[in-house]
Design a protein around this ligand. Structure first.
Ligand code: CDP
Ligand code: CDP
Length: 207
């Protein structure tokens, strides 16, 4: 069975949490596409390669390494993500993943618009910037990374602006995406909302 769930939205909206929940519930494979950009950004820093060459050199071992989830790497990721050649170098891998047998959920910024415009389900997950910064701040604190809430808010807003403002594949909701605002939802509520959309689509296909 081929069945693709495309999940887009800004930083710390809950994309990863919902994606993992859907993958577990429906047996789909999950790809966090942000890791591709994070690994590319870090490779540029570590090797001095040009961004496009770094994107081509990123392999599974880069995605599995620790330390990709820092604010500094997120910032690097959003910079290399503005380079069209970087984005193009990462397309084939993502599309192959999306069409694998058994179903797949991919989360990122341009999945429903550019990578998988024919996805069976498209979700655009959002939350207020303050709620997202609070979540990211708590996450950083829990993983032992010292940070200041105001700084995290500032970084989140700057990254969102860069992601929405770039020319190639800017972050936006696909016209046919279902929007889920998680500002007032806990994880269970957010996942339940996403599960309902996927179930309706699976039933519509008679699966
Ligand atoms: O993938 P994305 O950056 O969109 O967000 P995430 O990693 O799924 O979620 C960021 C943080 O917010 C995590 O610590 C989640 O547990 C938390 N979260 C939450 O508190 N309530 C939600 N409804 C969704 C996520
Ligand atoms: O977890 P969080 O939502 O904070 O970030 P991420 O999903 O790991 O993405 C890091 C950065 O990679 C984003 O700010 C985007 O600039 C870039 N990205 C992208 O351009 N396109 C994607 N499909 C995924 C991430």
């Amino acid at each position: 069975m081929r069945f693709t769930v495309a999940i887009d939205g800004p930083a710390a909206a809950g994309k990863g949490t919902i994606s993992r929940g859907l993958a577990e519930r429906f047996g789909f494979a999950h790809l966090d596409t942000g890791l591709l950009y994070r690994a590319t950004g870090r490779k540029v820093l570590e090797t001095g390669l040009a961004p496009e060459a770094a994107a081509r050199a990123v392999g599974p071992e880069d995605l599995a390494r620790d330390g990709l989830r820092t604010q500094a790497v997120a910032e690097l990721a959003s910079r290399v993500a503005t380079v069209p050649e970087v984005r193009h170098a990462l397309v084939a891998f993502q599309r192959d993943f999306a069409r694998r047998d058994g179903g797949a959920v991919l989360d990122g910024r341009d999945i429903g618009t550019v990578i998988c415009p024919d996805a069976e389900v498209k979700l655009y997950v959002t939350a207020s910037a303050e709620v997202r910064a609070r979540r990211r701040f708590e996450e950083l604190r829990a993983s032992g990374q010292a940070s200041d809430y105001e700084d995290v808010l500032d970084e989140v807003l700057k990254r969102d602006a860069r992601d929405m403002g770039r020319k190639d594949a800017p972050m936006r909701a696909a016209e046919d995406a279902v929007q889920i605002d998680t500002s007032e939802m806990d994880i269970d509520d957010a996942l339940a909302a996403a599960v309902a959309v996927v179930e309706a689509r699976l039933q519509g296909r008679g699966t």
